[in-house]
Design a protein around this ligand. Structure first.
Ligand SMILES: Cc1cc2nc3c(=O)[nH]c(=O)nc-3n(C[C@H](O)[C@H](O)[C@H](O)COP(=O)(O)OP(=O)(O)OC[C@H]3O[C@@H](n4cnc5c(N)ncnc54)[C@H](O)[C@@H]3O)c2cc1C
Ligand SMILES: *[C@@H]1O[C@H](CO)[C@@H](O)[C@H](O)[C@H]1NC(C)=O
Ligand SMILES: *[C@@H]1O[C@H](CO)[C@@H](O)[C@H](O)[C@H]1NC(C)=O
Ligand SMILES: *[C@@H]1O[C@H](CO)[C@@H](O)[C@H](O)[C@H]1NC(C)=O
Ligand SMILES: *[C@@H]1O[C@H](CO)[C@@H](O)[C@H](O)[C@H]1NC(C)=O
Ligand SMILES: *[C@@H]1O[C@H](CO)[C@@H](O)[C@H](O)[C@H]1NC(C)=O
Ligand SMILES: *[C@@H]1O[C@H](CO)[C@@H](O)[C@H](O)[C@H]1NC(C)=O
Ligand SMILES: *[C@@H]1O[C@H](CO)[C@@H](O)[C@H](O)[C@H]1NC(C)=O
Length: 559
């Protein structure tokens, strides 16, 4: 009787599974044969890359193992450098998303398999490569992901069982005088693989600047500009998304389109701030270029041992008293680790030595009064380029589990004491507190999908707990601490507020509101219009709630 019941259930269960139509996963019958992959590779002129995890040289077991002690030692010593990852088609800088498979920090006999990174990548050089890849993955119901540099903190450029469109080699730049009803002036068209340092160099050659990230290797046209994008010019000229004049894209149905305020305007609006990897594959973005200018920057570091009350008083003075500098165009990148503070740097594009010095005077005076020793360096440079070269430290990958929150200017002004007490409580738990202080609404805010919470913000906070390369459980506990305790403390000071979708907790509850604000419903409509079959999926991207990534990595429709 029991048995019969079970047999009766089998077709029903299968029926439900067929309707659910998960993406086809490696080793399933639907997965293309070697022959089919090989034919696909031929149509691409050999641009199909089969993933070999970079940690393979550190392992003796598993399908991808290729142990070599010297190469493994090199990999480990270079691990913290972004280049180790962005020159590959599969390694995410946020290691969590490799799911400890082929982890170089595990013992050599821990198995090395592809694990949760993409199985294949297409080394894109033309629009046709993108069109062919979309067609192939659609035909075979295979998950598609877009990978540029692999900087993404939320794992949006990494996908189990997927084919990646790897845009790294789309390196064209073109300087032009742009004319339109909305903007007339210098501009740069940047291929999708262009990184901050490439864009800065291309602008520098014309004695111009463009908005780029603090970490020079972040890509421009991918997650950064599509997700908002801050940097040291953001108070002066607005966010990266505010610089976008037009996008050249391939849509989910394979069309090559231009999106600008006058052509496919809804797509332009969504791409400019509404999140990467969601609406279309970007081939290039054209951004505003601005004239070079005198720039003054300063770095500051201090720390105390023992009682930290005075330390936090200085931090409070700094955070509050630089507000007028932000309104004058400054951006400050700062962090508190335990009871040490570092400012790396504050920069005032277009500003002189006296102006920046005056704005920092109260902080320096308090350090003197409390006899806290500090190191301070302030310099005026003829150009922003020179300032960035001299004062901006080279960024490593962020070896941390992170969460983020945008802090409204009103909170910083009206209740700095509670804000600082909250930061102190967080830092005292051994959590890194980093802040980017800025004002991205000094001038007219353009029409785009940037989360409106940015326009009220004075500080973009990122909190980090040390990433543990050997214990999945420790990292999960840290992420829960972030989700359930740390970020809620900042959220309590910014009720109804938001977070920067690129620098946030991948488990952020209510992310639709927190990351996109009032724009979410409109962004959903754009998603439905340009990608009705959800060819593009990324964690916390608009429309991603339609899907669930199962524990084994399979992407299935949400019930
Ligand atoms: C060390 C470090 C420093 C950082 N510093 C800054 C900073 O100063 N300012 C700042 O604003 N952010 C910063 N970030 C965050 C950064 O903006 C995001 O990680 C961003 O997603 C990176 O974009 P990417 O294209 O380089 O990365 P990827 O990880 O390759 O891609 C990110 C997202 O964009 C999508 N995408 C990529 N290319 C395309 C394309 N051609 N078309 C459509 N979608 C695409 C991907 O699918 C994915 O969803 C930093 C991150 C790190 C790790
Ligand atoms: C695709 O073809 C190129 C050139 O023949 C080859 O080097 C590469 O390994 C092939 N890719 C796969 C996944 O087989
Ligand atoms: C970056 O990582 C390297 C190698 O691990 C390390 O030596 C260096 O101090 C790090 N730099 C910063 C700015 O953290
Ligand atoms: C990707 O293609 C570029 C040319 O566009 C080539 O220089 C590069 O070597 C290729 N990389 C890999 C890993 O195939
Ligand atoms: C200031 O600190 C130094 C050591 O850091 C100490 O030698 C000096 O006496 C202190 N001065 C005052 C006024 O407390
Ligand atoms: C930004 O600066 C402008 C102009 O000085 C000011 O009106 C505005 O209130 C500031 N906004 C924020 C969020 O700091
Ligand atoms: C990672 O976590 C494990 C398990 O708790 C612990 O033994 C190890 O010391 C941690 N590693 C680091 C670098 O903290
Ligand atoms: C991630 O690792 C866990 C634990 O080893 C495993 O159960 C799961 O299947 C893995 N997921 C992916 C996508 O590889």
């Amino acid at each position: 009787m029991r048995r019969q019941g079970l047999f009766f259930l089998v077709p029903l269960v299968l029926g439900i599974q067929a309707c659910r139509s998960c993406r086809c996963f490696p080793n399933e019958p639907c997965w293309p044969s070697l022959q089919q992959w090989s034919e696909f590779n031929t149509t691409l002129g050999g641009k199909l890359i089969g993933t070999v995890p970079i940690g393979s040289v550190c392992h003796t077991q598993g399908g991808c193992a290729a142990y070599d002690a010297a190469s493994c030692a090199d990999l480990i010593s270079d691990w913290a450098f972004p280049v180790t990852h962005y020159e590959t088609s599969s390694s995410p800088m946020a290691s969590w998303f490799a799911n400890f498979s082929c982890d170089p920090f595990l013992a050599p006999n821990a198995p090395c398999n592809i694990g949760s990174v993409q199985w294949f990548a297409v080394n894109v050089s033309t629009a046709e490569d993108v069109q062919k890849t979309i067609r192939f993955t659609r035909d075979h119901n295979i998950r598609l992901v877009i990978r540029n540099t692999g900087h993404d903190y939320l794992g949006k450029s990494t996908a189990p069982g997927a084919v990646a469109l790897w845009t790294h080699y789309l390196k064209d730049t073109h300087y032009l005088e742009y004319t339109s009803a909305h903007y007339n002036g210098p501009a740069l068209r940047l291929g999708a693989g262009i990184q901050g340092f490439d864009a800065m160099a291309a602008a520098h050659a014309q004695n111009k600047v463009v908005v780029t990230g603090n970490c020079a290797s972040v890509g421009i046209a991918g997650g950064y500009t599509q997700g908002g994008g801050h940097g040291q010019l953001a108070s002066r000229f607005g966010l990266a998304a505010d610089q976008a004049l037009e996008w050249e894209v391939v849509t989910a149905d394979g069309q090559l389109l231009t999106a600008s305020p006058t052509e496919n305007a809804d797509l332009y609006w969504a791409l400019s701030g509404g999140g990467g990897g969601t609406y279309a594959v970007v081939l290039s973005v054209t951004v505003k270029a601005h004239p070079e200018m005198t720039t003054t920057s300063a770095t500051l570091a201090f720390g105390v041992t023992g009682v930290t009350t005075q330390f936090w008083e200085v931090v409070q003075t700094f955070v509050v008293d630089i507000l007028p500098l932000l309104d004058a165009g400054a951006v400050a990148i700062w962090a508190v680790v335990g009871s040490t503070f570092s400012l790396t740097p504050i920069s005032l594009p277009g500003g002189r030595h006296d102006q920046l010095q005056k704005g920092l005077a109260s902080t320096l005076a308090l350090l003197e009064r409390y006899n806290i020793s500090y190191t301070y360096d302030i310099q005026e440079f003829p150009t922003f380029w020179a300032s960035y070269e001299a004062m901006n430290p080279h960024s490593n990958i962020t070896e941390a589990q992170i969460g983020g929150r945008l802090m409204p200017r009103s909170t910083v002004e009206s209740d700095p004491t509670t804000l600082i007490a909250t930061l102190r409580s967080i830092a005292e738990e051994g959590v890194v507190v980093s802040g980017v202080s800025l004002n991205v609404s000094r001038s007219a805010v353009p029409w785009n999908a940037v989360n409106p919470a940015w326009r009220d913000a004075a500080i973009s906070f990122v909190l980090g707990t040390t990433y543990n390369y050997t214990s999945r459980m420790v990292d999960l506990q840290c992420q829960s601490l972030m989700t359930d305790s740390l970020i809620p403390r900042l959220a309590a000071l910014s009720p109804g507020g938001g977070a920067y979708l690129n620098e946030a907790d991948w488990k952020q509850p209510d992310w639709q509101w927190v990351f996109y604000g009032v724009h979410y419903p409109m962004l959903e409509l754009v998603k439905q219009k340009y990608d009705p079959d959800h060819v593009f999926y990324a964690r916390t991207a608009v429309g991603s709630e339609w899907w669930v990534q199962e524990e084994d990595g399979r992407l299935c429709p949400a019930l």
